[in-house]
Design a protein around this ligand. Structure first.
Ligand code: ATP
Length: 194
């Protein structure tokens, strides 16, 4: 039996915060593989400023190119429908029937979980590895109690989001450092997020 990490996101664009939490999760939980699953149409996000799935996928590929146990998955892109995690997890359960599945996410996403499509089934399919995004944790003890198979990882907050990057990329130079080098190059070449 192996441990498998599932890391879903819009990755619009992927940034160093994503890589950092995936690396920490991989190390602490001895994850044999971490699959980065790029959402085609995120159910809970506005499509404003959402660049094409294939461009987001290309950036994830570049970002994880040299990281041995990280892999990109276009499962949600190939399914031409809203990217509900339930379908993805069910797919992974079938692919890895005897392994342990860990869903990696930030606290902001985790706190919405009860509103997700078929959330009561999702929580039976995997465990959760949840990272804080701010110094002050927004997680309530209620959430902690309600989902027993949840591992809370407290880190020094990585104060960056794709939204900040999209909003400031071409106007504030400091934002570029939060992007992996090959992703920087790709965005520059394709003039994305102008
Ligand atoms: P946006 O600003 O567009 O909402 P995002 O930066 O939150 O994007 P997503 O692709 O939505 O990026 O994130 C995928 C997952 O990674 C989510 O579970 C999110 O909570 C988590 N995540 C993203 N950035 C961080 C960060 N800096 N620290 C911890 N978790 C993060």
């Amino acid at each position: 039996m192996a441990n498998i990490g599932i890391f879903g996101g819009t990755f619009n664009p992927i940034h160093k915060g994503h890589l950092k939490i995936a690396k920490i999760a991989a190390k602490r939980f001895n994850l044999k593989k971490v699959f980065f699953i790029v959402a085609k149409i995120p159910p809970h996000k506005s499509e404003e400023n959402l660049i094409s799935p294939l461009e987001r996928l290309a950036m994830v590929k570049l970002a994880i190119k040299n990281i041995q146990n990280f892999q990109v998955d276009d499962f949600e892109i190939r399914r031409n429908r809203t990217s509900y995690s339930y379908f993805t997890l069910r797919h992974y359960r079938k692919l890895f029937p005897n392994d342990k599945l860990y869903f990696i996410m930030g606290e902001d996403e985790f706190k919405t979980i009860k509103k997700w499509y078929k959330s009561e089934k999702i929580i039976k399919l995997c465990s959760f590895i949840v990272f804080n995004r701010h110094t002050k944790s927004i997680a309530s003890s209620f959430l902690k109690k309600s989902l027993p198979i949840t591992y809370w990882i407290r880190i020094k907050p990585i104060n960056i989001s794709s939204t900040t990057i999209r909003n400031f990329l071409w106007r504030k130079s400091y934002v570029w450092i939060y992007l992996p080098r090959l992703v920087q190059k790709y965005i520059r070449k394709k003039l994305l997020y102008l």
